[in-house]
Design a protein around this ligand. Structure first.
Ligand code: NDP
Length: 243
């Protein structure tokens, strides 16, 4: 199994779903893991339950808060080897129903929040000339999806954050990759009706939805030394979903 003993990792949005599964996978591999959520008490509670070193409050749209938290984690634990910019939101809306506010929320959280996190991580990692970052794109960002134009736009941007940051940060020995999950069973997809779920399963080669743990294992691989020559990639983890 991947060994991350002695490594320090930060997972944003680690209180639920894919983020929490990633925290557990990294802890299992021996890493010291810090997770964040928007509610401090809940983040602390989840961290204790998952065996993480700390659970901290963070809104990823607040660039100054992200920068200060990332510096604080590196200082407290002596390093920051892996950062998973997982925090994100989904709000479905048909094209005619998309408001400026919705676009603003989606871009501020999914794009701005990811850039804030990658930027803060890169500042700390470039000093040590080492680090691995994973961001959460989506199959929807690659293929599009009816009713998810704003979300798809934000996730296409996230894929390109990985590609661009990888080009910029490679010289500092920092790798940046994205994962692009299909439909994964989390709170985010729990609003989907039975008909939509059945259609997605029908479109998926493996004939089922994915589990958060299946995304987490790929993220764990990407932050580990086993992926030492992989950067700037957007890895589909979608069971063969063709939208
Ligand atoms: P969940 O809705 O289950 O969890 C979202 C997490 O993000 C929560 O921990 C939440 O924290 C956190 N979060 C949301 N907004 C902010 C913010 N402004 N600042 C800090 N934290 C925030 O989502 P999933 O686990 O399903 O998704 C995780 C990532 O994977 C997202 O980026 C999503 O877009 C992406 N993804 C998910 C897919 C799926 O099918 N589930 C498919 C493709 C991509 P809190 O607990 O405080 O609310």
């Amino acid at each position: 199994m991947t060994d991350l003993t002695g490594r320090v990792a930060l997972v944003t949005g680690g209180t639920r779903g894919i983020g929490l599964a990633t925290v557990r996978a990294l802890v299992e591999a021996g890493a010291t893991v810090v997770l964040t959520g928007r509610d401090e008490a809940r983040a602390k509670e989840i961290a204790a339950e998952a065996g993480a070193a700390a659970g901290l409050a963070l809104d990823v749209t607040d660039a100054k808060a992200v920068s200060s938290l990332v510096r604080g984690v590196a200082k407290e634990h002596g390093a920051l080897d892996a950062v998973v910019a997982n925090a994100g939101i989904l709000e479905d809306a048909l094209l005619g129903m998309i408001s400026e506010d919705l676009v603003d929320r989606m871009l501020r959280t999914n794009v701005g929040g990811t850039i804030n996190t990658v930027q803060a991580a890169s500042r700390v990692m470039s000093r040590r000339k080492s680090g691995a970052i994973v961001v959460l794109a989506s199959i929807v960002g690659e293929n599009g999806s009816a009713g998810q134009t704003a979300y798809a736009a934000s996730k296409a941007a996230v894929g390109n954050i990985a590609r661009s940051a990888a080009k910029e940060l490679g010289r500092h020995n920092i790798r940046v990759n994205a994962v692009a999950p299909g439909v994964i069973e989390t709170d985010m997809t729990s609003h989907l009706g039975e008909k939509v779920i059945a259609e997605r399963i029908e479109d998926t080669a493996l004939c089922r939805l994915g589990k958060p743990e299946e995304v987490a294992k790929a993220i764990r691989f990407l932050v580990s030394d086993e992926a030492s020559f992989i950067t700037g990639q957007v890895l589909g983890i979608d069971g063969g979903l063709v939208l």
